[in-house]
Design a protein around this ligand. Structure first.
Ligand SMILES: Cc1cc2nc3c(=O)[nH]c(=O)nc-3n(C[C@H](O)[C@H](O)[C@H](O)COP(=O)(O)O)c2cc1C
Length: 87
């Protein structure tokens, strides 16, 4: 595969966002939130190891309400404190 392959060309999404290339990382369940659903250092390391590879990174399932919780160590997004940027 050459660097000028279409895979490495930008791609415009309908919402106006532009992906830097056409590679996507598929969602993978890491079971690595803290027990309260907040993001762990382990999960951040998971993303950092793969950062820069693909234009799109699809996260695994993240509960948007308490009724959406499906398993232990699942990430949550229904509590703003769980999704605030970290240092
Ligand atoms: C929320 C979510 C979590 C997933 N977690 C995993 C996982 O932990 N392990 C895995 O092999 N596939 C997981 N998948 C499926 C993969 O992302 C991928 O779709 C699957 O391996 C099929 O890939 P393929 O279409 O290239 O064959 C998950 C999919 C979703 C939607």
């Amino acid at each position: 595969m050459t660097s000028n392959s279409i895979l490495f060309q930008p791609f415009d999404l309908p919402n106006g966002a532009q992906l830097s290339n056409r590679l996507a990382i598929a969602p993978m369940t890491t079971f690595s939130s803290h027990s309260n659903g907040t993001v762990s250092d382990q999960e951040i390391a998971y993303y950092k190891r793969r950062a820069g590879l693909a234009g799109l990174f699809i996260s695994a399932c993240i509960a948007i309400s308490p009724t959406g919780l499906a398993f232990d160590h699942q990430f949550i997004a229904y509590d703003p404190a769980a999704i605030l940027p970290r240092d």
